[in-house]
Structures are given as structure tokens and as C-alpha cells.
Design a binder for this molecule. Structure first.
Ligand SMILES: Nc1ncnc2c1ncn2[C@@H]1O[C@H](COP(=O)(O)OP(=O)(O)OP(=O)(O)O)[C@@H](O)[C@H]1O
Ligand SMILES: [Mg+2]
Length: 347
């Protein structure tokens, strides 16, 4: 099987006519402020190294202006790097010739936008097949594919509606159906859900997670919202001033924030939904006691399972059912409310 991972290596982007001239200075430590003051150039990205999981959801977070859009736009080369590489299946997207790049964009990548970017005078079905039309796919075939995806995103019956007859959440579903109809391996979602009402946003997250279980696209998802990042991200990278401050799983970041900036980001997080039982389990001594809880279960769910079973102790089992550790309700509750070392230091 081909891996479809995206590897970003030593990527720098300096906006301005002479960006290349300043790469060395940035590499030897010139920051965003200094570059702007001395040379009037904007440091968009510096030394980005991220390995984006094949068939997984890579979330990119950061404050406004931290470089999220600049990064995602390098992946289908809407932006050319000043230096560095973006590898897909081992091929550097930044070195593709015009033809290969066109093919790559059309067949391998699809974008989902915050503003939906639907064509107002086209119906749902016509919007959905737009990409296939451009590819010259025969109408009967493209319509069949589009109808399938429209149904999958929950819009069956709305095929002939126009965008202005749909709510924001429904329009975003059309955007998703359109992206999926293209059958691309990579989905690029730049704040795709940020304009949606909170409840609809959670619905759309569920739609994406459900589809993803089966589709296993390589998704790059940008968000400002930590809850969204933790729910969706197999891996999360946090940017600040064009630099990666921390990357890892949600659990790694919440348990070990790299600095005060990240600590501030993760402070409000519900730990019970992020930390897994194996993080706090203790070694088994003797026979397993209480109910069996699967590895990968988050603390909140484990606490519910114990309470429902009227138990205060449990043991952890791996995917094969082999007991690998034990824990009790008191330990779970304490881990759910205990701050990380950084937070304790800051307090
Ligand atoms: N074409 C451009 N020319 C000059 N500077 C740019 C250009 N595009 C982006 N920038 C600058 O690069 C930096 C990163 O911008 P970017 O749009 O990637 O941030 P972002 O994290 O997506 O922010 P937001 O959350 O507001 O969308 C900012 O300082 C921005 O002003
Ligand atoms: Mg942006």
C-alpha cells in the first residue's frame, strides 16, 4: 500500500520580492520583527518540519497570523516555498513541473473552505460534480458519484436546491461532498468549520470522523479551536510566529505543554476527554480486579463504565483482551483534576 503521508521538511517562507536573500539570516536567528524592520519582508514560516500521518487527520493550530494558511497552501503549492520541501509519496510538490502539478492538484488534493465557495447559480448536485466536470468525467458517471456523496453527508433530497436555500451547515456539507466526489487522497480544510454555529460545528466534526473511519484520507485541518483540534486530530501542531512550538498527539500536548504559550492554550481543556487510561494505570499485582477497560479509553468514559458497573476498581486490557494494568476510580478522578507541571509552576 502507498502511504500517502505528507512530509514537510525545513520549510521557510519569506514574503517579499527578495525573500531568498534573507533565508540565511533567518536561519541564523533573525526573527519576524527584525526581518520586517530591517528589510521590510514578512516571515511567514520558519524551519517547519512536520510529518503528517497518512490516512490520518493532522490539525494545525495557532493564533491569527501564526502561519496556518501559509502552511496549508504550500501543500498544493498555491504558495511556493522560499526554501525547503513538501513531500507527498516521496515526491517534492515544490519541484513538480506545471503538468504534474496540475494533475496533482486535480486528482490528489481537494480543498474545503470556510466560506463554502459554492457557485450560487448551480444546484447542490451541479456544485458537487463541478470538479469532475472540469476533469471531463462523463455526466452519467459523475452524477452517480455525486449523488452517493450527497447522501453520505446527509443531504439526500436536497440535490436540486440552490446554495441560498440551505443553512450554513448544509452548505458546508455540500463543500465536503464536492471535495469527496473528487476522490482525492488529501483533504485540505482551512478553518472549514469556523463560521458554523457551535452545535452544527460539532455535527460536522462527527460527519468527518464517521467518513474518515472508512475513507482514511490524509486530512490537514486548520482550526483555532482546541476542543475541535483534540476531537479531530490524530496529531496536532501548534504554530507561533511561523514556527512550530509543539507537535504531537492531543494527549501529549495536554499532559506536557512545551511552554507558557501552549499552557495557556490547553488550560481550559477537559482532561477526562483527552487522557487515556494507560497513561495513569499501575502494574498488575495478582489477579485482575473489577471491570475490564480497553486501552485507548479516555478517563471520562472509564469513570462512566466503572460507575455503571457499580465498581471502584478496574483493569486495563489490550486489543487481544490481555490484562496490562489496573486502576481505580479515585486515581481517575484525581488525574482529571490535577494540573500539569507547567500549570503548577505558573500558579
Ligand atoms: N501574500 C502575503 N504577503 C505578505 N505577507 C503575508 C502574505 N500572506 C500572509 N502573510 C503574512 O504571513 C503571516 C502568516 O499569515 P497566515 O495567513 O498564514 O496566518 P494564519 O495563521 O492563517 O492566520 P488567520 O488565523 O488569521 O487565518 C502573517 O504575518 C501574514 O500577515
Ligand atoms: Mg488563515
Amino acid at each position: 500500500m502507498v502511504s500517502h503521508a505528507i512530509e514537510v521538511k525545513n520549510l521557510y517562507k519569506i514574503f517579499g520580492p527578495r525573500g531568498r536573500d534573507f533565508v540565511d539570516q533567518v536561519k541564523s536567528g533573525m526573527g519576524k520583527g527584525e526581518l520586517n524592520e530591517k528589510h521590510g519582508h514578512v516571515l511567514g514560516l520558519q524551519n517547519i518540519n512536520i510529518s503528517m500521518p497518512a490516512g490520518g487527520i493532522m490539525v494545525v493550530m495557532g493564533l491569527s497570523g501564526s502561519g496556518k494558511s501559509t502552511l496549508i497552501r504550500h501543500i498544493n503549492r498555491l504558495i511556493d516555498p522560499t526554501s525547503g520541501e513538501v513531500l507527498y509519496d516521496g515526491v517534492d510538490v515544490c519541484k513538480m513541473n506545471e503538468n504534474d502539478l496540475r494533475e496533482f492538484r486535480r486528482h490528489k488534493t481537494a480543498m474545503v473552505f470556510q466560506k463554502f465557495a459554492l457557485l450560487p447559480h448551480r444546484t447542490v448536485i451541479e456544485n458537487t460534480i463541478y470538479g469532475l466536470e472540469i476533469q471531463g468525467v462523463e455526466r452519467g458517471e459523475s452524477e452517480k458519484r455525486a449523488r452517493g456523496w450527497i447522501e453520505r453527508v446527509g443531504l439526500k433530497g436536497f440535490e436540486n436546491h440552490y446554495p441560498n436555500q440551505l443553512s450554513g451547515g448544509m452548505q458546508q456539507r455540500v463543500g465536503l461532498a464536492r471535495a469527496l466526489t473528487n476522490d482525492a487522497d488529501i483533504l485540505l480544510m482551512d478553518e472549514a468549520y469556523s463560521a458554523l454555529d457551535p452545535l452544527i460545528r460539532v455535527d460536522m466534526q462527527t460527519v468527518l470522523l464517521d467518513l474518515q473511519k472508512e475513507l482514511k484520507k490524509t486530512v490537514v485541518f486548520i482550526t483555532h479551536d482546541l476542543d475541535e483540534a483534540l476531537r479531530l486530530g490524530d496529531k496536532i501542531a501548534i504554530l507561533r510566529d511561523g514556527r512550530v512550538v509543539q507537535q504531537g498527539t492531543g494527549q501529549e500536548i495536554v499532559l506536557n505543554p512545551a511552554d507558557g504559550y501552549i499552557t495557556a492554550f490547553v488550560k481550559e481543556v477537559n482532561r477526562g476527554r483527552v487522557i487515556n487510561v494507560e497513561t495513569i494505570m499501575r502494574p498488575l499485582d495478582g489477579e485482575p480486579q473489577g471491570i475490564a477497560i480497553r486501552t485507548g479509553t479516555v478517563l471520562e468514559t472509564a469513570a462512566r463504565q466503572m460507575t455503571a458497573a457499580s465498581q471502584t476498581v478496574g483493569h486495563i486490557v489490550d486489543a487481544n483482551g490481555t490484562p496490562v494494568g489496573k486502576l481505580d476510580l479515585a486515581a481517575i478522578i484525581s488525574a482529571m483534576v490535577t494540573p500539569t507541571t507547567h500549570e503548577r509552576r505558573a500558579a
